[in-house]
Write a protein that binds this ligand. Structure first.
Ligand code: HEC
Length: 104
């Protein structure tokens, strides 16, 4: 095998690996922060809490998959399941809220 081919294979492997590990969870931008009236840092903390606490039993749902009402309906239950406190739950909801599905 020549080395260019090996590098190509390694590159493809890395792309697949990274794709597989990072779900399509949005990364907060300045526009998101302005929309939410919350700093990018706070949204980032919400994202971290979400990734750390909410992906052990099921794949992480994307904010866009549920409306505000649906998120708020499952959160109390999931807060218990994830064993997080109220502040952590609020941070996660702030992060998700920027991209809730349209509708009530
Ligand atoms: C201990 C396991 C566990 C953890 C941790 C957990 N979940 Fe869940 N989650 C479940 C189970 C089981 C269901 C499906 C049954 C249900 O709705 O209770 C579910 C369902 C969901 C659903 C889908 C509801 C629907 O209508 O389809 C959402 C959204 C969700 N979880 C969000 C979260 C969030 C956010 C967190 C972190 C705060 C979290 N989950 C942590 C077990 C867990």
């Amino acid at each position: 095998m020549n080395s260019k081919f090996q590098i190509l294979v390694l590159g493809l492997f890395l792309i697949i690996l990274l794709k597989g590990c990072s779900p399509a969870l949005y990364i907060p931008t300045l526009a998101d922060s302005q929309k939410a009236g919350v700093s990018v840092d706070s949204l980032m903390i919400g994202r971290k809490l979400y990734v750390r606490n909410c992906g052990s039993c099921h794949n992480l749902y994307r904010a866009e998959q549920f409306t505000r009402k649906e998120w708020y309906r499952v959160m109390p239950d999931m807060q218990k399941k994830a064993n997080i406190n109220k502040d952590q739950k609020v941070m996660i909801l702030k992060y998700l809220a920027v991209h809730f599905k349209e509708g009530k």
